[in-house]
Every structure is written in C-alpha cells, then in structure tokens.
Design a protein around this ligand. Sequence first.
Ligand code: NAD
Length: 343
Amino acid sequence: MRVAVFSARPYDEQFLAGANAGAGHELTYLETRLSRETGRLAAGFDAVCVFVNDELDADLLGALRADGLKLVALRAAGFNNVDVVAAQRCGVTVARVPAYSPHAVAEHSLALILTLNRKTHRAFNRIREGNFALEGLLGFDLNGKTVGVVGTGAIGAIGAIGEIVARILLGFGCVVVAHDPCPNRRLLDLGVRYASIPELLPLCDIVTLHCPLTPATHRMIDASAIGRMKPGVMLINTSRGAVVDTIAVIHGLKSGPIGSLGLDVYEEESALFFEDRSERFIDDDVFARLLTFPNVLVTGHQAFFTQEALTSIADTTIANITAFERTGRAIHEVRVEPVTDAS
Ligand code: NAD
C-alpha cells in the first residue's frame, strides 16, 4: 500500500523500515504533523500512518476519503486525536497498536516518581558544580506509602500500564489503592483495593494516572479533585495531558496540596513536544509557568520510547496495514458506537 507516514522522526523511519522489509509497502516519511492545514500532503495515498499529535477531524477525514484514503494506521494505543465516528461514517478504517511494551510507560512513570522523590536530577547538577550539600534533597521511603493508581486494565486484558505500575509499587512495599470502572482481578488477588476517585484521593501520598482520555476522564483532576488530595501529594501523569486541568494543578502547586508533579504529557503538547525548540522561546505561558517550579518534572512524551516499544509499534503497524491490504480488515481496528442524542 502507499502510505504517508506523518510526524515521522528518524527513529520512526528506522523501526518502520525494519518492520516493512518483508511486507513491501511504499512508505513516504513526512516530518510534518497531519492536520487540516497539512492534509493536502496525504492526497493520493491509500493510508496515513499517524502519531499522537496528528489531528484527524471529521472535515479532514471526509476530504482525505474523497482523495482515496482507506486506512488510518495509528502508531499509538490512544485514538482521542482521530474522530473515529466520522471515519466510520465515511468508510475509513482506523487501526491502532493496542499494547506495545506497557513496561516502557510503567517504568517511566516509576522513573518520574523516584526522580521527584529523591531529586536525582538536582543532585546530578549539584555534584557537577562541586556542591555536595544535602539540603533540599530530602525524600521519603516509598515503602509503606499509599499510591493511587487510576486505570489498571480490564479483566482479561493483558499488560495494561496501570497494572504493571501497581505491581512494581507493590514490590516497593507500597499500599496500592486503585480506581477503574472495571477492576482488575489479578490486582484484586494481590490485595489491591478499589475505590471511587473521591474516596481514593484523600488516602494517597502519590496519585498516578493511567486511564485513557475520554469525555469521562477529561480534566478528571480538576480543582475539586485536587481539593480532596492529601497535603504534599505527588501527582504523576503519563496518560494524556487533558486528563488534568493544568491551571488547577498550578494553583495546587502554589497553594497546596500538590507537593510535586511529574508529567510526561501536557494538554497543549502538540505545539511543543517532539521538536528541538531550544533556539526559540516558549510562547505557552501555562507551560512556562510549570517549568518555574523546582518540584515539577516534565518529560516530552517519552514514556513509550524504548527499543522494545518501538519495535512492537512498528511491527503491529505494518501488520495492520498488510492485513487491511489483503482482507479489507486491519488486525486491531478501532470501532466506537456513535453517541446518540437522547433528547
Ligand atoms: P488500557 O486500555 O489497557 O487501560 C486503561 C484502563 O483505564 C482500562 O482498564 C479502563 O477501564 C480504565 N479507565 C477507563 N475510564 C476510566 C476512568 N474514568 N477512570 C479510571 N480508569 C478508567 O490502556 P493502557 O495501554 O494501559 O494505556 C493507558 C493510557 O496511557 C493510554 O490510554 C494512553 O493515553 C497512555 N499512554 C501514554 C504513553 C506515553 O508515552 N506517555 C504511551 C502509551 C499509552
């Protein structure tokens, strides 16, 4: 198939080329993000291969369909950036990579927790400057602390990120309290207790988010949720930026109760992440404000970025495209029920 690969970075090209070696699809790599403004670049391709910050709304999907588009192959698990209902309506198949080394994201979440707690990022700089003082580096034992894991993977599903985070935290001696509309039997068997968000928040020394971005989770961590949190709580988000209300979180950092914040995702990240902007100023004042806090650690959506994950993403993406070419069905199709207006 003729595939336009958007938001393509050298590492995407390397791993996709490897996976495509036996499949023989014609891949055209485009560094640009796919959006209404750049949609014309996809004209004439059978498929587009897209990442988390490419935006495919109903208008763009309709226009691309008219130009011959048949398949949107996501190189990601989340699909909140594609209007799947509109795609279904106009006959474009959407496929994704449902699971690819969830260990990558889980382990990065732990990296954020451990770094924020023991301040190894600050220690690194201090030691290089010959400053061996310990003031300001005080942490706490993870052993015995209560951690809230939001989103743990459905019964029967294998390898949800939240489940792996919970297992690692249990290994540290933490008490894990979870929230998920569908509790995970394996975690229940390990003694994890499930609670509603209002019940969970006041209990936790650390809250870590692993749910998808849906209408129900959009800004789930807002001012009212933050108001329920334990003083000094550490908040970690490696799921999707819009699951937290960033302005409310900034307020929570300034006046309590948030003691530290670790983010791998940010609501407006599409204007910032995945590019070297070191020669420019940051014109997102909310993001710039976040960077002024010493107790905030931001990484640029790199939680997935391991060799194992990139290999798995490339293999599954190419398998989706190949299956679609041969049978008209991708292996991991995304289908959603259209929302009907009950009024
Ligand atoms: P998953 O679908 O396996 O598990 C998500 C869980 O969230 C499910 O059990 C689901 O029931 C639960 N959930 C749904 N609505 C919820 C709600 N309102 N409250 C609590 N839980 C809810 O997904 P996953 O593979 O574990 O990925 C989790 C999220 O991590 C993804 O949706 C994606 O947004 C994010 N992610 C981030 C990166 C990164 O690099 N930072 C990489 C991959 C995935």
